[in-house]
Design a protein around this ligand. Structure first.
Ligand SMILES: Cc1cc2nc3c(=O)[nH]c(=O)nc-3n(C[C@H](O)[C@H](O)[C@H](O)COP(=O)(O)OP(=O)(O)OC[C@H]3O[C@@H](n4cnc5c(N)ncnc54)[C@H](O)[C@@H]3O)c2cc1C
Length: 491
């Protein structure tokens, strides 16, 4: 169909159908607003198509193989064969179910769906261009707009994602064969999650990280079991190095990555390990290179200036607590509106933006927002760390429970890690929590709820938890903070 220069109108225009945009559109539809959602590529955005969902599907699948292979202590001896095509096809089925579901939900909530790329023409008009010969463009006028265009992987000098051996996370999640060897540049959460996936598939993985630790921003006691597990999987680390360049190997067998000693910046802001400052460059041979050094907002392709919307020096659109940009009737949500770039953060912002447009008194509150790293073991945090709480002026009390004392953790064969709760000393209000260990991603939900409800240590400790479950560890950590844990020694 050739689309001419038609002009149509909508009350609420949402640009981008990722977890921030489609949630905003559905919420706007529920609130009886006339809403149009424009997407240039695929419903569900990065999260459903190239991020959270495909990566978690592959983590689960490779865990099944890895766990089966390592279950001798449970009396199981297995050597599962991996059919990568089958695994990827299962992952694609999961993605298709979810993206199809998003489309159906949008339609069922009265959202008008448009395919195309939106750019601002002025502060009440966008142009929607349609790909393909003769597809043309159309003009759409709006009363309110919600920008939810997400983010893209950052490229580093000399490593172009257009070059065949160089991969970003999206390309790494769709490989049709398992590389024999892989250099992963960046030990943030995406680099660490995918390094584990490939190591479990049998790839020799080397992680190059410019800082002196994995997972910057997370406390050392949380990272320790993750790093140990990664080493047990055979993953090698080169800390204090940056990937500088690469070239094809002369024997045609893959590539050689040259890594140079990084400028002396440590993960904690101090000096990097001294020995790396003077170190020689490294030559690392690999079949593929995965670059996972972070993501940048997609704000530069929208002609935002035509609408008067400003970005900061990192390209993020700054917003207030109601998701409003500097232009009153234009909102920004999700990755494009700033860190942390997490799907649930974007969805919450999307709901708030829709509700504010509908005249409701909604505002964004990040206090009980969890963050999860799906490594083995998983890391999950919510609210304040001990240091945050002390810096904010709270007198704190800490409760901790190690999974090795949990009957359920032992029966799953995964007993590394702990639950740690940070509470305010006087009344015992729960301020934050961190968990490293089995199902941390699920357990953190209980502590998010505790913070959201203003629960105290006493509330958590006196809630009866089913036995034997991992969630008992949350109760025990609260009891430990109160000085009367049963299954661990009290501090
Ligand atoms: C490998 C990987 C794993 C991840 N794992 C997790 C995880 O476990 N948990 C978690 O919370 N987060 C995870 N994330 C991050 C998560 O994917 C993002 O935070 C989330 O997708 C952001 O949602 P969004 O709606 O802001 O943007 P996106 O999901 O990026 O969606 C933006 C959409 O806007 C569209 N778009 C852009 N420009 C235009 C335009 N001009 N016109 C029309 N459409 C446009 C894009 O095509 C895209 O569909 C992961 C990311 C990656 C890469």
């Amino acid at each position: 169909m050739v689309v001419g220069d038609v002009t149509t109108g909508t009350d609420v225009l949402v640009i981008g159908a990722g977890p921030a945009g489609y949630v905003a559109a559905i919420r706007a539809g529920q609130l009886d607003l006339d809403v149009t959602l424009v997407e240039k590529e695929a419903y569900g955005g990065t999260c459903l198509n190239h991020g959270c969902i495909p990566s978690k599907a592959l983590i689960t699948a490779t865990d099944v193989a890895h766990d089966a292979r390592n279950a001798e202590q449970m009396g199981i001896h297995a050597d599962p064969a991996i059919d990568l095509a089958g695994m990827v096809s299962w992952k694609d089925d999961v993605v298709d179910q979810l993206t199809g579901g998003v489309e159906k939900l949008c339609k069922a909530n009265g959202v008008n769906l448009m395919e195309g790329t939106a750019t601002f023409a002025d502060e009440n008009t966008v142009r929607i261009s349609h790909d393909g010969e003769g597809q043309g463009s159309e003009t759409l006028e709006f009363e309110h707009a919600i920008v939810a265009t997400g983010s893209r992987p950052i490229e580093i000098p000399n490593f172009s994602y257009g070059d065949e051996p160089i991969l970003n996370s999206r390309q790494a999640l769709s490989l049709d064969s398992v590389p024999d060897s892989l250099v992963v540049v960046g030990a943030g959460y995406i680099g660490m999650e995918l390094a584990s996936v490939f190591a479990k598939l049998g790839t020799d993985v080397t992680v190059v990280e410019m800082l002196d630790e994995i997972l910057p921003g997370y406390d050392n006691d949380l990272k320790r079991p993750v790093k140990q597990h990664a080493k047990d999987l055979g993953i090698e680390f080169e800390f204090g190095y940056t990937a500088a360049e690469w070239h094809e190997r002369e024997d045609g067998d893959g590539v050689r990555v040259i890594a140079e000693p990084a400028a002396a910046v440590a993960a904690d802001g101090g000096a990097a390990a001294e020995e790396t400052e003077e170190a020689d460059s490294l030559d690392l041979d690999a079949e593929k290179v995965l670059v996972a050094v972070g993501r940048q907002p997609v704000s530069d392709t929208l002609d935002l200036a035509e609408a008067g919307v400003e970005t900061n020096d990192k390209g993020f659109i700054e917003t207030d607590s109601r998701a409003r940009t500097n232009v009153d009737h234009i909102f920004a949500v999700g990755d494009v509106a700033g860190e942390p770039m997490l799907a649930h953060k974007g969805s919450m912002e999307g709901e708030v933006a829709a509700e504010v447009i509908a005249g409701e008194p909604s505002a964004i509150d990040y206090q009980a927002m969890p963050a999860v790293v799906f490594t083995a073991p998983e890391i999950a945090t919510v609210g304040m760390s001990e240091t945050d709480a002390e810096d904010t002026g709270f007198d704190t009390v800490i409760g901790k429970f190690p999974f090795r004392a949990s009957g359920r953790a032992l029966t799953t064969g995964e007993s590394d890690g702990f639950v740690k709760i940070v509470a305010e000393e006087d009344e015992g209000y729960v301020l934050g929590a961190s968990i490293v260990g089995p199902e941390a991603s699920e357990l953190v939900g209980e502590l998010s709820l505790a913070i959201e409800l203003g629960a105290t240590l006493e509330d958590v400790a006196s809630t009866i938890h089913a036995h034997p479950t991992l969630s008992e560890s949350v109760m025990e950590a609260a009891e430990n903070a109160l000085g009367h844990a049963i299954h661990t020694l009290n501090r």
